[in-house]
Design a protein around this ligand. Structure first.
Ligand code: TRP
Length: 335
């Protein structure tokens, strides 16, 4: 039986943080070890341009994210790991799909609707500041997914709509030009923790409450010390289920360690002590990967090589499919 193809993209606009690690990177690396599946993970640098027009930031983030995945041990002999912009068939497919995507469908995309709503709030023209990139972003995402005929697309809840749009576009293409595409499905892993940030809200770059993944030890300690807690004193019993310190602990600890910490909370562990233990746990788990990360950031050449090799593997799939699609739509040699 042929393998399930699992595909997901990472937009290259920020620095990876603990929330990205626990919620996306760690499960993706684990899942890439599955024998019954083939994983496609890519750096969505064309998507980055939609949100970020600072070239240095896009470049730096691409480097950091690539170094992060490699440092954490992604096996690039098994998973196909590439940069979107190294696969020119993706933007070509994007155009073919653009011509099959209903404008009315794009009108319903959350990201676009949010931008329009924000403009209406401030009395601006509804499309103020809306680029065609933002508007047709779901079509590019559909091209990413359909280019490799992915079956499963692991994403956060906010991306489900985009995967559904990819299905819609694929179905319409299939209906019109013949069965070329697998209809992809979003996979939202309910067991994966959505980590809280320093202020207790979801850890997210847009809230500025993150703990970057590969901070130097001292800074990691400092960040962990900044996690918001309440005023309960040492000796006062504390509620683990209302605590960001405990929540992050749980995401890194074994079930036994989690039980021990739950007990320590009940017995009134001091916040300072709980944070110290959290620092040690996280630091121990990330220490070796951090060394590899720093080495890759200091000498990024191997990253570029890995990405090129990944793009070559990806293109072994994308070239023949695109060829077939061009013929299907009527773009073929004359005579
Ligand atoms: N848009 C996704 C995000 O912001 C990233 C992404 C781009 C993606 N292309 C994709 C995810 C294809 C899954 C499949 O998170």
């Amino acid at each position: 039986m042929s393998k399930q193809r699992v595909l997901t993209g990472i937009t290259t606009t920020g620095t990876p943080h603990l929330g990205n690690y626990v919620g996306a990177i760690r499960p993706a690396i684990r899942s890439s070890e599955r024998e019954d599946a083939e994983s496609f993970y890519f750096l969505a640098d064309y998507h980055a341009l939609i949100k970020c027009q600072d070239p240095e930031q896009v470049h730096q983030s691409t480097r950091e994210i690539a170094a992060t995945w490699l440092a954490l041990g992604l096996n690039t002999d098994k998973a196909i790991f590439y940069r979107q912009s190294d696969v020119p068939e993706i933007p070509e497919l994007c155009w073919l799909l653009t011509c099959m995507a209903a404008k009315g469908l794009m009108n319903r995309a959350h990201a676009y609707k949010a931008a329009v709503a924000a403009n209406q709030e401030t009395g601006e023209d509804p499309d103020f500041g809306v680029t065609m990139g933002l508007y047709s972003y779901p079509v590019l995402m559909a091209a990413d997914i359909l280019m490799f005929n992915a079956h499963e697309v692991p994403v956060g809840k906010d991306q489900i709509q985009h995967v559904e749009m990819a299905r819609d576009i694929a179905a319409r293409f299939n209906h019109h030009y013949g069965e070329h595409f697998v209809l992809p499905e979003a996979k939202v892993d309910e067991h994966v923790a959505v980590l809280q940030g320093l202020d207790g809200r979801k850890m997210s770059k847009s809230y500025g409450n993150t703990i970057p993944l590969f901070l130097p030890e001292k800074k990691l300690k400092k960040h962990i010390n900044k996690i918001k807690t309440n005023l309960l004193e040492p000796g006062d019993p504390k509620d683990p289920d209302d605590s960001t310190v405990f929540q992050i602990w749980q995401a890194f600890a074994t079930p036994e360690q989690t039980e021990e910490m739950r007990q320590a909370f009940a017995e009134g562990i001091a916040w300072g002590e709980a944070k110290k233990q959290l620092f040690e746990l996280v630091n121990d788990q990330l220490g070796e990967a951090r060394e590899r990360y720093e080495a890759l950031m200091a000498n990024p050449k191997p990253i570029e090589e890995v990405l090129h090799a990944g793009a070559e593997k990806a293109r072994e799939r994308s070239r023949p499919l695109l060829q077939k699609l061009r013929e299907a739509v009527g773009i073929r040699p004359i005579g």
